[in-house]
Design a protein around this ligand. Structure first.
Ligand SMILES: [Zn+2]
Length: 91
């Protein structure tokens, strides 16, 4: 699978965070049925974790699950419409 701009990428990931000498704590994880799907090259790669995690060291472990061509609609919107390209939201 080759990841390039304008491909829709699905990843499974686990995010842990650690602050100073505290032990690492679990933050978030995708489930097998709901990978994180994004349009590569859209600069929307990372979900909006920033606010509560300021000052933490993030430990992000991810694995690419699938890569497909973006649909014309997704390219026009600048974001992915779910795994199939036809889900995620309505307009
Ligand atoms: Zn859209």
């Amino acid at each position: 699978m080759k990841v390039e701009n304008n491909k829709v990428v699905a990843v499974d990931y686990t995010l842990n965070a650690k602050k100073g000498n505290e032990s690492e704590k679990f933050i978030e994880q995708t489930s097998p049925d709901h990978p994180f799907v994004f349009l590569f090259g859209s600069q929307q790669v990372i979900p909006d974790f920033n606010h509560p995690l300021a000052g933490y060291d993030l430990h992000f472990t991810g694995k690419i699950k699938s890569v497909r061509e973006a649909t014309p609609e997704e390219l026009a919107h600048g974001h992915a419409h779910g795994l199939t390209g036809h889900e995620g939201h309505t307009h």
